[in-house]
Design a protein around this ligand. Structure first.
Ligand code: ADP
Ligand code: MG
Length: 291
């Protein structure tokens, strides 16, 4: 937030500079987050001192048995639920102290959700559902909504209502809606839960495209091994505790998406003391790199 050359410039430039700054920071972080629910029958600790970081351009799968805290973690990451203790940061900024209104504003601007039950609006067509979140922001939301639906194979269903779509098609509408505002973070609860393999792949490929091209951080709760095939990291939750957080072979910065078969990038590090890579030493991908 210090002296920013965009201060006195055109607001569009200032917005670009702000977006660039935000994308240079961790997209979303949990720092010692505990979440307890007091449910008459006693206190349930759904999250227990969880540390978690999602960087721009990372796709993270969150796995774990039923009741382990996965949905609670998504709700806290998505500013839908406040932790009992600990801190949540969005692009490096604390959100814990914000008013409800400010949280809602941050959520609309920076976070896209794919809920397990889709929550599409029955009276609206597919393209109108996808366009909904853009009504708060400038630009041609309708065109972007239609483009996303076409990318996800629903170009011939733009004017259909949710009841006229299969479960898998509704899910793709929900995915398109989560992406329409170019969020910094997409949070998805079982995004492939109702899809066949081919449709799952088209959703996962769209996630991969937006994380690579738009540096979106994606956090997906899943039981689906296909999702972990596309993920950069897999986080396992058990009883509200992160029991492991493992970088996969796809991890950002380790594997060039255009050169996935190279397989010799460890050797490359030694001979490139002055290369262009600018690797951030703190990325989780690097942690598992020591022999
Ligand atoms: N609103 C709530 N009120 C009381 N307990 C809750 C609430 N939401 C979740 N829990 C409890 O917190 C724990 C974690 O739930 P959840 O995050 O939904 O797990 P998962 O998504 O991994 O199945 C469970 O024991 C669940 O019963
Ligand atoms: Mg759940």
């Amino acid at each position: 937030m210090s002296a920013d050359p965009a201060d006195s410039a055109d607001p569009a430039d200032a917005e670009d500079a702000d977006a660039a700054t935000r994308r240079s920071r961790p997209a979303v972080e949990l720092d010692g987050v505990t979440k307890e629910y007091d449910s008459g029958a006693g206190v349930v600790r759904a999250l227990d001192d969880v540390d978690f970081v999602a960087h721009p351009g990372e796709f993270i799968a969150v796995m774990g048995p039923s009741g382990s805290g996965k949905s609670t973690m998504l709700n806290v990451l998505g500013l839908l639920d406040e932790p009992t203790s600990g801190e949540v940061r969005l692009a490096g900024e604390r959100v814990s102290g914000l008013s409800d209104r400010e949280r809602t504003d941050q959520r609309r601007k920076y976070i896209g959700f794919v809920f397990q039950d889709f929550y599409l609006i029955p009276s609206l067509s597919a393209v109108e559902n996808v366009e909904m979140p853009t009504l708060f922001t400038p630009g041609d939301g309708r065109e972007r909504a239609a483009d996303l639906l076409r990318t996800l194979g629903l170009g011939d269903r733009l004017d259909h209502r949710p009841t006229e779509l299969s479960g898998g098609q509704q899910q793709r509408v929900a995915v398109a809606r989560s992406l329409v505002n170019s969020p910094q973070v997409v949070l998805a609860d079982e995004p492939t839960g109702n899809l066949d393999t081919e449709t799952s792949r088209s959703v996962l490929e769209e996630f991969t495209r937006i994380k690579d091209e738009e540096r979106v951080a994606i956090v997906a709760v899943t039981h689906d091994d296909l999702v972990t095939e596309y993920a950069d990291r897999v986080v396992n939750l058990v009883d509200g505790v992160v029991v492991d957080d493992i970088a996969t072979a796809r991890a950002s910065g380790r594997v060039d998406p255009n050169d996935q078969e190279a397989g010799d990038d460890e050797a490359g590090d030694d001979e490139s003391g002055d290369d262009e890579s600018g690797d951030d030493e703190s990325t989780p991908a690097d942690r598992g790199d020591e022999p």
